[in-house]
Design a protein around this ligand. Structure first.
Ligand SMILES: Nc1nc2c(ncn2[C@@H]2O[C@H](COP(=O)(O)OP(=O)(O)OP(=O)(O)O)[C@@H](O)[C@H]2O)c(=O)[nH]1
Length: 416
């Protein structure tokens, strides 16, 4: 009988102990917008629905409180590596473990199969003496979720000094949604570990076939889901396809996920900062994410904003999972946005995989940034608009059966 195991090993390829200055540097980087980070921290930890309205975000915390808030966020970042069977997850993992990034990495592997092949592959690349913890049988996205939480908590509580980043490799058939939700919704876990990002490996040679596979009703297409939830997509095995095939695949992927950054690779070789330290769920990184080339204007934009003229807008959806991007000038009423999003997640929360936005809201000199996974939302004020800066709101949705017309209408209804 095929079994799946969840195991943990530590990378010893980088033995450098982190100096205190590294930590202060890390916090210094994330503290460029202290109020926002503090809001994010408070809301993330104390509300399941983390949306703060206009009246909530008047600056009300002292510098000391802000610093305290920031220093509390010393959670360990965790990266989820996902991707279809054979797409190159273990290859990327080995690349991470043998690269010089100065991080000590704890790896959790969820292997599905009678023989633990991936474990031996990883072991042969890292130096020696991995600590391996067998946890349970089952698939990470279903039966092992509780064990994943247990293992992660044990890891950070008992061995926190041994590593500074966690990488979780899922089985090729895992659905990332439930694993991501576990990070966001489990209070104990989200207090100790923060999801840094979901990295999805795509096999350039075979992905189109998997993405286009028509599944029976109510059966999830894992390949599509893995692309949909990604913060970063590694378009791997490009040595096996032509330019034309690659172009077609890229177009297909961008229709599913107009938010993720995409890099082409051979044997998983990508820069480490593309896969580690992504900050896919950090509000202070949302702006650069929604402005990234890939997320830009996937499905058109609102009127009064014409600098994307000439872009190719492909509106043909051959999958139930897609992206909708709204780019608009004008100012929004944040309370209206709050109501609209609340209705949306009540009605379609299950289908709303990811949401990221930067909004221009009335009565505020600051951008309002928000991000969400299904019904878990996180929002707070961001950077101040420049004196001559055009205030343009950007909102990207990824989900199943998204009603683009209704989304645009809902957005318009929030314009002042
Ligand atoms: N030609 C080519 N082969 C690759 C590339 N990347 C990985 N491979 C090979 O593809 C095979 C599968 O790679 P893995 O890293 O084991 O893939 P995986 O996603 O971990 O596989 P599963 O755990 O079975 O889901 C291995 O033989 C790799 O050497 C690539 O860029 N080009």
């Amino acid at each position: 009988m095929a079994t799946a195991t969840l195991r943990c090993l530590f990378s010893r390829t980088t033995t450098r102990t982190l100096s205190p200055s590294f930590f202060s540097c890390r916090f210094a980087q994330s503290s460029s917008t202290p109020l926002r980070a503090l809001h994010s921290f408070f809301y993330r930890n104390f509300n399941s629905r983390n949306f703060c309205t206009a009246s909530d975000y008047i600056p009300q915390y002292s510098d000391t409180a802000i610093a305290a808030g920031l220093n509390l966020d010393d959670r360990i970042p965790a990266t989820i590596i996902t991707g279809f069977l054979g797409s190159g997850k273990t290859t990327l993992l080995n690349h991470i473990l043998t690269s010089n990034h100065g991080k000590r990495i704890a790896v959790i592997e969820n292997e599905f199969g009678e023989v633990d092949i991936d474990g031996s592959l990883v072991a042969s690349h890292s130096s020696s003496n991995e600590d391996i913890v067998m946890v349970n049988n089952g698939c990470l996205c279903c039966t092992v979720r509780g064990d994943l939480v247990k293992m992660l908590l044990e890891l950070v509580r008992n061995r926190r000094d041994s590593f500074d980043h966690i990488v979780i490799e899922t089985t090729g058939l895992a659905k990332p949604g439930p694993v991501i939700e576990t990070f966001c919704s489990d209070e104990l876990l989200s207090g100790e570990v923060k999801l840094d990002g979901v990295v999805t490996l795509v096999d350039s040679k075979h992905a189109m076939q998997h993405l286009n596979e028509v599944k029976p009703r109510f059966v999830v297409n894992e390949a599509v889901e893995q692309v949909a939830y990604a913060d970063r997509i590694v378009l791997n095995k490009i040595d096996l396809v032509s330019e034309a095939e690659l172009e077609a695949l890229l177009r297909r992927i961008k229709l599913i996920n107009g938010m993720a950054q995409i890099k082409q690779a051979r044997f998983g070789v990508v820069d480490m900062d593309f896969v580690l330290g992504v900050g896919g769920y950090d509000l202070d990184r949302i702006e650069s994410e929604v402005q990234s080339e890939n997320s830009h204007c996937v499905h058109g934009h609102e009127s009064g904003h014409d600098h994307h003229k000439g872009h190719h807008h492909d509106h043909v959806h051959d999958s139930a999972v897609s992206s909708v991007s709204i780019v608009s000038e004008g100012t929004l009423d944040l309370d209206e946005v709050d109501d609209w999003i609340e209705r949306l997640i009540e009605e379609k929360g299950d289908d709303l995989y990811r949401l990221k936005g930067v909004l221009s809201v009335s009565g505020s000199e600051e951008r309002y940034v928000l991000q969400g996974v299904h019904s878990i939302l996180d929002g707070c004020p961001g950077k101040t608009w420049g004196p001559n800066e055009k205030r343009i709101s950007k909102l990207v949705f990824i989900g199943r059966n998204l009603d683009e017309t209704a989304l645009r209408k809902g957005f318009k209804g929030c314009l002042v």
